[in-house]
Design a protein around this ligand. Structure first.
Ligand code: CTP
Length: 362
């Protein structure tokens, strides 16, 4: 049995990038031998095992063949006879198809090192098309390594275009698409993720709402946002806001985004303009925004929303908001009751005092 470090860990080590996940490939072993050595199987009949001490993934060398649409439509073949080169051949990009033995020697049958040197994201073989998620992965790697000068190889982009013209991308689950999108939002150049997907028309299939909205102007503004904040939630909210009249709720529901992403994006789209010039708003408009955002009960919402406003606007006037909220919090309904207000009158009096506070800060 020979064991090699493989995939992203080898790539990132050669790029001098931090390595977080280590994947291993095992050549010349059977599933029974792995179990005998104490490895835990990850699934019932998938040739991947977890190391009992390190918790890292060890996969038997395998070949794969597509047998249907989507993620589950795969037939794999793992046996002691499958070679390292055969296993590397089924992988997505040449830079992800290198292995390293325990002496540090690199096995690189598909010229990943040369593509690292020339900064090319190039598919290993036509088997690339067997997993449509790879279109999004390439776009994500392009966004991660853009600042180093990486580009998608022409023939790989052509393959991504052909794949995007079929219905393959439509069979990807929302979870897998969102995972790639969310990871791309955390990369150094997330705008490149969308640019690459747009250039092969994959956006039409995975993010149809963004396809025509993500113009050069929006891309430029979004790039500025990404230079100001690294937070994926903030970047997502700003991106959708910059894209104009898109139905954010529908997009988030379709992609099954976490609730926090959806809520922040909706609040940002609806309120960023008004919040950016809050100090100049009429007192009743100030109070209206405070109640629409439910800021008296949920002041913590501002912690997420303000970075969006700051990222979208170079000039903001919002100094009165916090003092207004603090003063409003000082209003004591109990004391008003002692003063004789009750029922609907109490509600009206609270509203009146809140408005007076907004007036005093105008
Ligand atoms: N892989 C692939 N096709 C996929 C997913 C993964 O060929 N759709 C292969 C690649 O060789 C990849 C390896 O499996 O390098 C490990 O995949 P994964 O852990 O998802 O990605 P990494 O390449 O390690 O990248 P990241 O740093 O983004 O985790």
């Amino acid at each position: 049995m020979q064991i090699y470090l493989v995939g992203g860990a080898v790539r990132d080590q050669l790029l001098d990038y931090p390595v977080y996940d280590k994947d291993w490939v095992v050549v010349g072993a059977s599933a029974e031998e792995m179990l005998e050595q104490g490895f835990q199987p990850v699934g019932q009949d998938f040739p991947v095992f977890i190391h009992p001490d390190s918790g890292e993934e060890y996969a038997l060398a395998r070949t794969e063949r597509k047998s249907g649409k989507g993620y589950t439509g795969f037939q794999y073949h793992a046996s002691k006879a499958v070679t390292l080169e055969e296993d590397l051949l089924r992988r997505d990009l040449t830079i992800n198809a290198m292995a390293m033995d325990d002496a540090g020697n690199i096995v690189d049958p598909y010229n990943g090192q040369s593509d690292l040197k020339y900064k090319l994201l190039r598919h290993v073989s036509p088997a690339f098309s067997e997993d449509p998620l790879r279109v999004l992965r390439v776009a994500r790697f392009a966004s991660r390594y853009h600042h180093l000068g990486f580009q998608v190889a022409d023939d790989t982009l052509s393959l991504m275009k052909s794949l995007s013209q079929t219905d393959e991308l439509e069979h990807l689950t929302a979870e897998r698409v969102w995972k790639e999108f969310e990871r791309a939002l955390g990369e150094i150049s997330p705008q490149v993720f969308l640019q690459v997907l747009q250039s092969c028309a994959a956006t039409l299939k995975v993010f149809p709402e963004l396809h025509s909205q993500f113009t050069d102007t929006v891309c430029k503004a979004f790039t500025e946002v990404t230079n100001k904040t690294a937070q994926p939630e903030t970047r997502f909210a700003c991106l959708l806001t910059l894209c104009g009249e898109i139905d954010i709720a529908a997009l988030c529901d379709r992609l099954k985004t976490p609730k926090a992403y959806k809520e922040l994006a909706l609040q940002c789209q609806q309120q960023h303009q008004a919040l950016s010039r809050f100090d100049y708003l009429a007192p009743d408009t100030k109070l209206q925004i405070i109640s629409q955002l439910d800021l008296i009960r949920r002041p913590q919402r501002l912690e997420a929303l303000l970075p969006c406003v700051e990222a979208l606007h170079s000039d903001i006037s919002i100094t009165t908001l916090n003092p207004i909220l603090e003063s409003i919090n000082q209003i004591q309904p109990k004391q008003l009751m002692q003063e004789g207000f009750k029922g609907p009158e109490l509600g009206k009096e609270i509203e009146k005092r809140r408005l007076q506070i907004c007036e005093s800060f105008s």
